[in-house]
Design a protein around this ligand. Structure first.
Ligand code: IPE
Ligand code: IPE
Ligand code: MG
Length: 238
């Protein structure tokens, strides 16, 4: 166990599936399939390593700009994945949820997501969140629109609206550690508001190669950080 906090939250930008496949002379879709295996490994290991909330970036709002065939394959893969995993998630005490827009997803995928959410509701070992059709900027714009109707438009109200706009919840709003695989050092429109004081960890490991030891390495690195929140060390509340 590395953390006892009941809300220790790790978010991962799972990048590098396409390059993993290309290096092997395979179609990009094979990389996405191998990426699904990496998700299974990480979901099994995460609660044992003290992770209580795990948010995985699976499809960004900008990913709609990829070739239609790749988008279609990804949507099918997500649907199969939600259907195939929900019994194990339930057995393992994992509650699954999708965050992001829902109105542009294929009906079959939406149904698979809703069924998995229903079947795993109440799982309290790990809250597993898949960011699908997610855009940090879009969520902020939507929350800003709704803020005009709020009596006290403060940070907390904004956070609540942000959570609502992304089908998320307020308890999941703070991220402790962000991991990005695939070697790029950017956020690609992921949780922009929620990452305000998050520790960032970048690795060149391509997502399909990401193993439990890589998650352990990221967590060990996190433990070595001093989170100051703008203060000086002796004044940091424990
Ligand atoms: C991440 O891998 C998966 C999605 C964005 C859906 P990529 O498909 O972006 O892989 P690379 O970055 O091209 O290697
Ligand atoms: C970010 O990866 C999105 C996901 C991992 C789902 P991308 O591959 O889409 O991001 P860019 O294009 O490198 O910024
Ligand atoms: Mg990529």
């Amino acid at each position: 166990m590395i953390q006892s906090a009941s809300n220790f939250h790790v978010a991962i930008i799972m990048d590098g599936n396409g390059r993993w496949a290309t290096q092997r002379g395979l179609a990009r879709s094979e990389g996405h399939r191998a990426g699904a295996e990496a998700i299974r490994r990480v979901v099994r290991a995460a609660p044992l390593l003290g992770v209580r909330i795990l948010t995985l970036y699976a499809f960004s709002g900008s990913n709609w700009g990829r070739p239609a065939s790749e988008v279609m394959e990804l949507m099918r893969l997500f649907e199969c994945f939600f259907r195939a995993e929900r019994a194990e998630w339930h057995a393992q005490g994992v509650s699954a949820r999708a965050v992001g827009r829902r109105d542009r997803l294929p009906t079959r995928l939406l149904k698979a997501i809703e069924e998995a959410e229903e079947a795993t509701r109440g799982g309290d070992r790990l809250r597993l969140r898949f960011a699908i059709d997610y855009s940090g900027q879009d969520v902020i714009v939507e929350a800003a629109r709704r803020l005009q109707e709020v009596r006290v438009p403060d940070r907390e109200a904004f956070s609540r609206l942000l959570a609502e706009a992304a089908h998320s919840s307020l308890e999941d709003a703070t991220v402790d550690l962000l991991v990005r695989t695939g070697g790029e050092h950017r956020l690609s429109d992921f949780l922009l508001w929620e990452l305000a004081y998050t520790e960032l960890y970048f690795t060149s490991c391509l997502w399909p190669d990401f193993a439990v030891k890589d998650l352990e390495a990221a967590l060990a690195d996190f433990r070595s950080r001093e989170r100051r929140y703008g203060r000086v060390p002796e004044h940091i509340a424990v």
